[in-house]
Design a binder for this molecule. Structure first.
Ligand SMILES: [Zn+2]
Length: 275
């Protein structure tokens, strides 16, 4: 497999596989080539793209990344980024930034071999933004969602159990769980003078009857981009953030979508998505 960048490695402290972007943020940890014929120590590096770099001529014979030993730029341990194929990013297994981990004493070669065997059983640990996680969910089949792991503030879940479908949610807004899960459901978008309003079709018990959730998005917020095209269109809203509260007029539960956050907030997609 020549000219493919090594973008996933074993991480001793994480007890599994780690993406190179994540490793680059935690560069003091111990990383190893994942090919079991090899298992040399590698370090995360960045040129045009992120990749794991081994010492010159270090990858062992037969290793999938051995070609980097002898050819051209790779003789210095560097693949040629312009020629290198960049595999698609892995599916996120973690919503949010993976917490920093303490460096531990260097493992023995035998411990690295055992780590390689254990790592076969678990998917690569990869942190995703809310947009990446929602995109991954949308691209999955119902079966895939029920098996693929995703860590959310509620704990270790699958893509199916980390997402709460509004139609199936309790009418008690206090039990919405949007701080710990991602809630989603059919929504209608309205344009106002200063805000877009993203209104859920689902209604919740209020003081004067059943009320929708109305998420306000300031017109000049980056998250308002594209909402204009969704006015009057069937759409699905995904929300991860504070539980909306009763507005002053007691006609809806509301919250204001934050701007410039990556791990929480609002994502709106055209079309109607089901679990
Ligand atoms: Zn190797």
């Amino acid at each position: 497999m020549p000219d493919e960048l090594l973008i996933m490695a074993l991480c001793w402290e994480l007890n599994g596989k780690i993406s190179v972007e994540e490793a680059y943020r935690q560069r003091s940890l111990h990383f190893y080539c994942p090919d079991k014929r090899c298992l040399i120590g590698v370090v995360p590096a960045k040129r045009t793209n992120y990749f794991f770099r081994g010492e010159p001529d270090a990858h062992k014979r037969g290793c999938r990344w051995e070609k980097q030993r002898n050819d051209g730029a790779a003789a210095a341990g560097l693949p040629r980024p312009e020629a290198a194929a960049l595999p698609p990013p892995p599916t996120p297994t973690y919503l949010g930034a993976i917490p920093r981990i303490r460096r531990q004493p260097k493992p023995t070669p035998e411990q690295v071999r055992q780590l390689a065997d254990r790592a076969d059983q678990v998917p690569i640990r990869y942190s995703g933004t809310l947009a990446q996680v929602v995109d991954a969910w949308c691209a999955m089949s119902t079966e895939e969602r029920s098996v693929y792991p995703l860590r959310v503030p509620a704990g270790d879940r699958t893509y199916a159990s980390a997402f709460q479908f509004l139609r199936d949610a309790s009418p008690d807004i206090a039990r919405l769980g949007s701080e710990t899960h991602i809630v989603f459901g059919k929504a209608e978008i309205r344009a106002g003078a200063n805000y877009y309003f993203v209104d859920t079709v689902k209604r919740f018990g209020g003081p004067n009857g059943r009320l929708k959730i109305s998420i306000r998005v300031p017109n000049d917020a980056s998250s308002a981009e594209g909402l204009g095209q969704l006015v009057g269109v069937t759409a699905t809203a995904f929300w991860h953030g504070p539980v909306p509260t009763l507005d002053r007029t007691q006609t809806s539960f509301f919250t204001v979508a934050p701007d410039q956050t990556v791990y929480s907030g609002l994502i709106v997609k055209a079309g109607e998505y089901q679990p």
